[in-house]
Ligand binder design. Sequence first.
Ligand code: IPM
Ligand code: MN
Length: 358
Amino acid sequence: MSGKTYKIAVIPGDGTGPEVVDEGLKVLNAAAQKYGFTLDTASFDFGGDRYLKTGVILTDDDVNEMKKFDSIFLGAIGHPEVKPGILEKGILLKLRFELDQYINLRPVKLFPGVETPLKNKGPKEIDYVVVRENTGGLYTGTGGFSMKGTQNEVAVQSMVYSRYQVERCLRYAFETTKKINKTNTLALCGKTNVLTYAFDLWERAFHEIGEADYPEIKREYYHVDATCMWMVKNPEWFDVLVTSNMFGDIITDLGAMTQGGMGIAAGGNINPEGVSMFEPIGGSAPKYTGQNVINPLAAICAGYMMLDHLGEVEAAKDIEKAVMDITENKLKSLAAGKMGYSTKEVGDLVIQSLNENS
Ligand code: IPM
Ligand code: MN
């Protein structure tokens, strides 16, 4: 019983975001009651609808407002009537960058009872964490056009990494490996055979930091293409994987599919010294909006990651256990409309299981 109160900014966002956020909050509040803490929430209407109505994407005041909270709980950003890129860059990436959420923590964990496309692999084999660098690399937007519109047009988009960025991400990954304390193996995923500057820096920093400060952690290296191969063929090799922003984006979609898809995959955009933001990693799935069929488990999982980050570790574990209970014993599928239950019923089932756990 921590007795604490946490100030949570809630951004339901677009499409099915609000529906899954509702279920996430319902479960979080049930856990709060059970564990004696309080969530003081405030909702913000950032997203496609506000943009279409007002032309406002995300102002500096909006960002500053977020700094007053202990954490942010996000549904989804992405609206079918808004050109792709505007909201993603203007809201999601802007929040990640301005709040310096330099880690994107994405567990790849197959829960019991969940179907995976990987043959002969189960929850024992598919259980690792990806630490994705979240504010640098190709995502910084460094680059430009010259001679645009002519036959000689040149477009440049640079993968930019500073030692500082690489180092803080690697240190977080080493610490995560230590905390998980499973096989104590940290794998760097890169492309040192082609990206001979950026990943040379990553690789040097990786070994220097490991040797100096984490001698007990075993270090491995995989090229990103090979990583994809092993994530499918031998996912049990992985414990913690650390990688750049773009590679992390790509491999975590692959990872998500191996853990049952976007209905379950969650992540945290983390600033260990600041305000972090937790989200289901799938999109806004606009075609399912308002139908009460979308799977809220990814949002519920994002919710318990947030609690874990805030220090409510027991409550977080307990929600995870409840989610595992219903994937194993209740849900027919994790796909929207095929769960055998509605969005709201899934939230209710998690709470029921949570309240039955001792
Ligand atoms: C993700 C998404 C975002 C990203 C997009 C929407 C900008 O794919 O969170 O993985 O590329 O980081
Ligand atoms: Mn992505």
